[in-house]
Design a protein around this ligand. Structure first.
Ligand SMILES: [Zn+2]
Length: 257
């Protein structure tokens, strides 16, 4: 059967860049066709029919035509517009960060349904007003899981022993999680991990985000967990996400004012 020239898809915009006078190239994440680039022609002209619809942080319903280099968006409608997500700069910056992680984690045109579902729910949670850093941690854990790289936080990655509260641990992303104190220092990036941070990592592994959102946690433990999962993402994706610079700037400004 020949591949149809026109098709429909649901999509979330992960990133975009401008092309020529009036066009825009968008990287889309879709439930069934994975990630790919598409062109929105004339989208920057004031009278564009699709201009207002093809924005990030929304679930779009698109009609696409197959093209030689990029598929072309011929019609667009907004399904879910997570408008409240834009109310706080930290939520918006977090939404960009989550999109960048998805973009780096998914191969072009590879099946990525779990990542789509994860990103969609994360945007919904940000829109509902949930703390952006908790949504980000939950999403990082979920993304690692979706890629089959879930961090080990129950047992030692080296000797498979269940970790006891009384011992010391190290967080070693290259080994896949927590290392107990019985081993020599490995020649890989690592950080000491407190029992409180280990417990929080376990909570992210075991509990649903709605339950985690209700936890009262010392700021230091949250920051330690953030550092651990960011290290894990950096290792998994083999680079530092660019959007973190903006996110951290927004957060430091928010905490000073
Ligand atoms: Zn061990």
């Amino acid at each position: 059967m020949p591949v149809p020239r026109v098709y429909h898809t649901t999509a979330i915009v992960l990133s975009r860049f401008e092309l020529g006078e009036a066009d825009r190239v968008l990287t889309l994440l879709t439930p069934h066709d994975g990630k790919f680039k598409a062109i929105a022609k004339g989208v920057r002209r004031p009278k564009s029919r699709i201009g207002g619809a093809v924005e990030p942080f929304a679930e779009l319903h698109l009609v696409m035509a197959r093209g030689r280099t990029f598929d072309v968006i011929t019609s667009a409608a907004v399904g879910e517009a997570w408008l409240h997500l834009r109310d706080r700069l930290e939520s918006t910056a977090t939404a960009w960060y989550l999109a960048e992680l998805a973009e780096r984690a998914v191969e072009e045109r590879a099946a990525a349904y779990p990542v789509y579902v994860l990103l969609r729910r994360a945007y919904q949670l940000l829109d509902d007003g949930m703390a952006p850093d908790r949504v980000a941690r939950w999403y990082e854990f979920g993304l690692a899981d979706a890629l089959g790289m879930r961090p080990e936080v129950e047992r030692c990655v080296e000797c498979d022993r269940v970790l006891e509260p009384s011992e010391g641990y190290r967080w070693v992303p290259a080994l896949g999680g927590v290392l107990c104190d019985d081993h020599l220092t490995p020649p890989a990036e690592q950080a000491p991990l407190s029992l409180a941070a280990l417990k929080l990592l376990r909570a992210y592994r075991r509990m649903d985000i709605e339950a985690i959102a209700g936890l009262r946690l010392p700021r230091g433990v949250e920051l330690e967990t953030e550092d651990a999962l960011r290290r894990f993402m950096r290792h998994m994706l083999e680079r530092e996400p660019r959007s973190l610079v903006f996110l951290d700037e927004v957060r430091s400004t928010a905490r000073v004012s």
